[in-house]
Design a protein around this ligand. Structure first.
Ligand code: FAD
Ligand code: 2HG
Ligand code: ZN
Length: 479
């Protein structure tokens, strides 16, 4: 589904560049082809575009000035944070008409309030910098993912990112209290409220969460902080069926309540892939299992977390619900299991061409879904290489298919259409979503109308029309 067609843009016209330079200065305008090349390709190397230029405004006022120019000249804008997105949302199209608005110079942590448990920061601050800023005040910002060294607060909100702590703290949407955004016409909306209660009408901050750069530029946000968990207990579990891991998750929730901080799953094939492509990692268990889980408990004080984890896993082993378990006894062992988990994305890039399925299902439906989806894919291609892993604790699987590195583009294209259809048909049948945490971007744009009710899409388009009447925000993405 797409909005109205764009009027011709005055792209790269010398006077446009001149006006942008006047707004952001020499330091804020990038025209160097080498820098442009890096920013016009996504992290996966899957999408390649061209840009008229890259602007790097230094503050919210400069973003507003840039947007006013783009509004006046109908110049399309692709907002880019850390460029780590998995759906091609931050990559411009091939026309060379689109401007990349990079948030990397919006890099100030504005305030940490340890009494209110809130942090206010510019949109371009990286997730790792947010962690450090919270830690400096003995607080904890829980959003966490493998890309945290590069991905930004603005990108996290614009994609409603998930990651490894959603089962306890929720997604980026659950962690944001206030948003500051520049609208497509250059007006600034200051919604930087640090309140947990505010019942004064429609909650506009949530329009920008998950908007993928299609409604405006997020320039800052207020997020929730939490007490810092200083005690952790980590274990690796082997199970011969996914239903065993789902039962273990329920048992851990009952036994450990809020202390359950992570429950990450990977199939045997995913483990084998990451071990084969990442030097220095060791398999945590000697025995072979169809599925593995990384389980972590965390608390503000060590009230016997290790013993709690051991006894819960011990009873599951005794009941035959799981088939192997090892509680980590050193920081080095915990680091090893987390490196295994976080290494899967990189291993896929090294090993082949991944056809990604970032799907969410009710946790209770996961075992049946996986059985049916594996059978459907194997019926289509008996040699199919399925890399199934993900955030089992919140019902999010990365049910990917890996093709060999030398697969010709047409074969990738046909396999993608075929496997997407098979997997997403079953996702819908089980009440799931075709995008759990990576967003729609350009990856799922054509499929979205097949899986989202037409009336919901119509409402989304109407909201887009009100905020972005000239259709300049990230055209070709999401809607
Ligand atoms: P970008 O890639 O720059 O942009 C993503 C989208 O957001 C684009 O549509 C862009 O236009 C828009 N956008 C960016 N900044 C703004 C802004 N300030 N205002 C408006 N729109 C904006 N994601 C998860 O959810 N969970 C994971 O566990 C996870 N693990 C990952 C592991 C690896 C190794 C990698 C490479 C990626 C992973 N991701 C994960 C995906 C990615 O890191 C997240 O989607 C992240 O939120 C993107 O942030 P970014 O700053 O890189 O955004
Ligand atoms: C993860 O959970 C990320 O590691 C990336 O969301 C998933 O590479 C993928 O498919
Ligand atoms: Zn993920």
């Amino acid at each position: 589904m797409s909005g109205p067609s764009l009027p011709p843009a005055a792209f790269a016209a010398p006077e446009l560049i001149q006006r942008l330079r006047a707004a952001v200065g020499d330091a804020g305008l990038v025209t160097d082809p080498q820098v442009l090349a890096a920013l016009t390709t996504d992290w996966l190397g899957k999408w390649h575009g061209h840009a008229a230029a890259v602007v790097r405004p230094a503050d919210t006022q400069e973003v507003a000035a840039v947007m006013k120019i783009c509004h006046d000249t109908h110049t399309p804008v692709v907002t880019q944070g850390g460029n780590t997105g998995m759906s091609g949302g931050a990559t411009p199209d091939a026309s060379g008409a689109q401007l990349i608005l990079s948030t990397t110079r919006l890099n100030r942590v504005r305030q940490v309030d340890p009494i209110n448990n809130t942090l206010t920061a510019d949109a371009g601050v990286t997730l790792a910098q947010l962690h450090e800023a919270a830690l400096a005040h003995d607080r904890f910002f829980p959003l966490s993912m493998g890309s945290e060294g590069s991905c930004t607060l603005g990108g996290n909100l614009a994609t409603n990112a998930g990651g490894i702590a959603v089962l306890r703290y929720g997604t980026a949407r659950d962690l944001v209290l206030g948003v500051e955004a520049v609208l497509p016409d250059g007006r600034i909306w200051n919604g930087l409220r640090a309140l947990r209660k505010d019942n004064t009408g429609y909650d506009l901050r949530h329009l920008f969460v998950g908007s993928e750069g299609t409604l405006g530029v997020i320039t800052g946000a207020v997020v929730k902080l939490y007490e810092r968990p200083t005690a952790r207990a980590t274990a690796w579990v082997g199970a011969d069926g996914l239903d065993h891991l789902v039962a273990l998750l329920a048992r851990l929730r009952t036994a450990c309540g809020e202390r359950l901080a992570a429950f990450e799953m990977m199939s045997h094939e995913s483990l084998a892939l990451v071990l084969a492509h990442t030097p220095g990692l060791r398999a945590p268990l000697e025995s072979r299992h169809a599925y593995h889980a990384l389980v972590e408990l965390a608390d503000t004080h060590d009230f016997g977390l290790g013993a709690l984890l051991e006894s819960t896993l011990g009873s599951a082993l005794a009941d035959g619900r799981i088939d192997g378990a090892a509680v980590c006894t050193s920081d080095a062992q915990s680091a090893n299991v987390w490196k295994i988990r976080e290494g899967i994305s990189h291993a896929q890039v090294r090993a082949g061409r991944a056809i990604k399925h970032d799907i969410a299902l009710p946790i209770s439906a996961l075992p049946v879904f996986v059985r049916e989806a594996e059978a459907a894919l194997r019926a289509a291609d008996p040699a199919v290489h399925i890399v199934n892993f993900g955030h089992l604790g919140d019902g999010n699987l990365h049910f990917n298919v890996l093709l060999p590195l030398d697969t010709p583009p047409e074969r990738i294209h046909h396999a993608t259409l075929r496997f997407n259809g098979l997997v997403h048909h079953l996702v819908r049948a089980h009440g799931g979503s075709i995008s759990a945490e990576h967003g729609i971007g350009q990856l799922r744009r054509d499929e979205l109308p097949l899986y989202k009710p037409a009336f919901e899409l119509e409402l989304m388009l109407r909201i887009k029309q009100i905020l972005d009447p000239n259709q300049i925000m990230n055209p070709g993405k999401l809607l």
